[in-house]
Ligand binder design. Sequence first.
Ligand code: NAI
Length: 329
Amino acid sequence: MTDIVLLPGDGIGPEIVEAVCTILDKAGADLKYHKYDIGQTAYEKNQVLIPEETLEAIKKYKVCLKGPVTTPIGKGFRSVNVNLRLAFDLYVNLRPAYSIKNISKFENVDIVTIRENTEDLYIGEEHEIADGFEAIKRITAKASERIIRYAFEYAKKNNRKKVTCVHKANILKKTDGLFLETFRRIAKEYEDIISDDKIIDNMCMQLVMYPQNYDVLVAPNLYGDIISDLIAGLVGGLGLVPGANLGNDVAIFEAVHGSAPDIAGKGIANPIALLQAAIMMLDHLNKHDVSEKILKAVLKTLQDGKDLTKDLGGTATTKELMNAIISNL
Ligand code: NAI
């Protein structure tokens, strides 16, 4: 058995985590789950958002499957996700998304977003000024270089043809200017991979008009966050797309979506995004046979189109969709 840390999280987290673990077990993933609290659930018990024992477990087992965590909007504490990414220096946020027949609005989308995960506006440094507030956008040479290098190495290993840098260096000449300059310098080391860059606003338009032209995207934190949700919309919505937070030592796998408070507790959340994250985790653990088996069952269930949750236009519950995937294993 392989040990992993399981963090059910908040909102729809526990519902989708339960469905995903049932599927993993039925598929023979042979995982031992070490379950810990995080987020509001942890806060309600012990007034701590990330308990020390949760951090210790992640440090020990190194691989973690995580449900979404609620962050209060406009007030309260800094995001648990941001803190977790900083605690383990998880500098890569890897978000693959591809078209699925009968499900996606757009055909031929196959894009991997590689988002810098440790700095930019997400450092959360905001200050009061005379008539409002200002926020610090931090872009360093070290963080830019390692994420851009990761993107080119990822492209090389996965036989991808092109890497596009997303930025706003026309306005942010120093911060995004440094990111773009680093990209152009490193691109020269990878002659076999096409490299280009797009300003974030144009990138959004290009992604909706011509998504088939894009392959691997590398972006600072905020733009990466926004475009990966946009791309999720191209392929069928937030209920489908996964993400991996990767450092040199620890890997945390989760869905791109949040805790969906509007549907929490109703038993109708789509578990596929988290299941896709679990598939990435199985590949990370070199359990390729099981990951392939689950992926085939997911794609067959989506193509059958009978047991889809509301976000995909169906009426199935989380459990009904889970059972359909299990019967297709
Ligand atoms: P959200 O992603 O939770 O929800 C956006 C919309 O998508 C909602 O209508 C929701 O019902 C729907 N949706 C999301 N996941 C779904 C699923 N699996 N099945 C069916 N429908 C689904 O984004 P929102 O509402 O902006 O954020 C809610 C909370 O989640 C906030 O506190 C936010 O900070 C947090 N969040 C946490 C993340 C994480 O833990 N990695 C990522 C994004 C947001």
